[in-house]
Ligand binder design. Structure first.
Ligand code: NDP
Ligand code: 8X3
Length: 254
């Protein structure tokens, strides 16, 4: 660890793929030191090789595991690493079935990860930020947290939690200097759909066929932009969609 005492240290959850991976790359390009977390160590190793040991360190961490989060928090405290940016990105959708057919197990995994994992990480890192009187938490919400769509059920509800939690964090953190941002993307091509369809790559590829979705780099750009604003500017939320995605009329059944 050579750069962890600089004033730009970012912790990114879910850095082994998609938005998290792309954000790690962009932040390092901008001179940040990145602490990349995820469950798949081989992917994190690949990221570290790409970014270089002096710019990045990796830790295998499952955000749903309270003990692992606590161990990571202690690691930061013991090594006096001040975190300036936490990107709460780890998350997933599982299934696209209507509520009466969806898997309750899938629902629980989404709640454990998207809600409980995110609050565990936040609660672990926030006190040190408040003590340091600086820091920024960027959460990955979704358009699914605002707009309902068939099959969105628990996934959308988990992202509505992220949106409201982000605003309530801002209310609690008034006067502390800590910033909070919720990034709310629409359709973006990552491993998201492969995960949603439980590894069915063909079904996942089909989601993006014949259209131009957002890319992981597009989202990383928004994250880095929000993080790069002067300290007196708080970007509350950014909602972005691919141009090909829009709104439909409300459904009416006869
Ligand atoms: P990916 O599937 O490509 O990446 C998800 C990341 O989350 C992976 O690095 C995965 O790492 C990590 N992750 C999942 N579960 C856990 C866990 N329990 N502990 C730690 N890490 C975990 O998807 P995206 O990059 O697209 O998604 C990133 C975030 O953006 C998610 O919160 C998603 O809901 C949100 N989002 C995605 C959109 C899209 O269309 N792609 C649109 C709007 C929001 P590993 O498996 O190695 O742990
Ligand atoms: C993912 C975006 O539109 O697939 O959060 O729900 S969407």
């Amino acid at each position: 660890m050579t750069k962890s005492n600089t004033n730009r240290v970012a912790v990114i959850t879910g850095a082994s793929s998609g938005f998290g991976y792309a954000t790690a790359v962009k932040l390092v390009e901008q001179g940040w030191y990145v602490i990349a977390l995820a469950r798949r160590l081989n992917r994190l190793e690949e990221l570290k090789t790409l970014l270089g040991e002096s710019n990045c360190e990796i830790h295998q961490l499952d955000v749903t595991d309270g003990k692992q989060v606590e161990t990571f928090e202690n690691y930061l405290l013991m090594n006096q690493i001040n975190v300036h940016l936490l990107v709460n990105n780890a998350g997933l959708a599982l299934g696209l079935e209507p509520a009466h057919k969806a898997s309750l197990d899938d629902w629980e995994v989404m709640i454990e990860t998207n809600i409980k994992g995110l609050i565990k990480m936040t609660r672990a890192l926030l006190p040190a930020m408040v003590e340091a009187k600086s820091g920024h938490i960027i959460n990955l919400g979704s358009i699914a947290g605002t707009y309902a769509y068939p099959g969105g059920n628990t996934y959308g509800a988990s992202k509505a939690f992220v949106a409201q939690f982000s605003m309530n964090l801002r209310a609690d953190l008034a006067g502390t200097g800590i910033r909070v941002t919720n990034i709310e993307p629409g359709l973006a091509e990552t491993e998201f759909s492969v995960v949603r369809f439980h590894g069915d790559k063909e079904k996942a590829d089909n989601v993006y066929q014949g259209l131009e979705p957002l890319t992981a780099e597009d989202i990383a750009e928004s994250i880095v932009w929000a993080a790069s604003q002067p300290a007196h500017v708080n970007i509350n939320r950014i909602e972005l969609m691919p141009t090909c995605q829009s709104f439909s009329p409300l459904a009416i059944t006869k």
